[in-house]
Design a protein around this ligand. Sequence first.
Ligand SMILES: Nc1ncnc2c1ncn2[C@@H]1O[C@H](COP(=O)(O)OP(=O)(O)OP(=O)(O)O)[C@@H](O)[C@H]1O
Length: 388
Amino acid sequence: MSGIKLEKINKYFDKNHILKNLDLYIEDGDFMTLLGPSGCGKTTTLRVITGLENPEEGILTINGKEMINGAKGFYAPPSKRGLNLVFQSYALWPHMTVFDNVAFGLSINKMPKAEIRTKVENALEKMRISKYKDRYPSELSGGQQQRVAIARAIVTEPRILLLDEPLSNLDAKLRLEMRAELKRLHRELKTTIVYVTHDQVEALTLSTKIAIFFEGNMVQVDTPRNIYRHPIDIRVADFIGNPKINFVDADCKYSNGMIITTSELGALVVPCTQPPSGKVTLAIYPEDIQISSEKVEGGIPLSVYSVMPAGSETLFQLTTSGENLILAKVIGELDLPIGKMVWVTFPLEKVNVYDKETGVLVERGNGEGSAPSAPAANLGAKLGASSF
Ligand SMILES: Nc1ncnc2c1ncn2[C@@H]1O[C@H](COP(=O)(O)OP(=O)(O)OP(=O)(O)O)[C@@H](O)[C@H]1O
């Protein structure tokens, strides 16, 4: 089987259990991003794949070939794994020019000089660093060095490319450009990419799949869309989304495949296959909330607590009592006075419901796993589009 398969990987540093029974399958051609907060084990996973760290237990297979078998004490050396790695600290040769750094991997393979030149120039062009080709790393900014490191990794056209926070030293504008560039490269080269980041926007933008880690546990592996729309538990929901998702605690009653939730947002009815154990938490993205300065039938009345214009969008903090704040994101500029009453609406099918005790996403029972169904009836708020 092609691709990278990690099975029941356990890694300890002294007595600290860092990777816990990790199972992950990275398909050939995937752009798989390992995402999670600092210290959750992303880099360690990448280092296990490359052979820079050996796990105590588990099996790693790359393109059908066993590279690690913990039980047998077998660990294939990094050079035998057919991988190419770019670190956060780019590790360029200081005594070589940019051109020679990028050419290095090709020259040791005894490729003809003219072919090396064409390939290196191509890679430099792709990374937009052609004009620095005669400079030494010490004469480049951090961002330029990072681009040289990526050029050096792609020039050999590896089947598998491992990237550890490769854009972390770039300024915001360049990072955006490089994201687009990496995405294009992935499509063009058809390389399998394993990418580490703690930046969820980067993960959502680039990946074909995202694996979410918390404290050495793999919590969810899915497409960016499913991760964003149906975070499997409340930790993932809290981590994904910028600005942060709104959480609203609610009481709930279960009856015949439906739960009626009662919260400061009124009463909402959602289908579900299993009754939650007690209270639930509703999760609503700020961009799903529409606000109207005029009364909307079924709209939820809230007052404006703060207004945060951010150029292309405006963020509002809204409240019922001044304690719990609901964040709403409106595209464009909108100014509303503090304390003004507004009416809030949102599409019910975009609300995720979590069991408050377990933090797990409540099954909605529409035959699509945990994906929510079509809009459910709403008792307290009849939700629709809003206008100003
Ligand atoms: N060589 C080491 N010796 C001891 N502990 C280590 C070693 N390398 C990593 N750790 C610990 O293992 C845990 C996971 O580290 P890892 O670098 O994989 O996290 P990460 O998710 O990549 O974090 P970041 O986003 O901050 O780079 C951390 O608690 C870290 O302190």
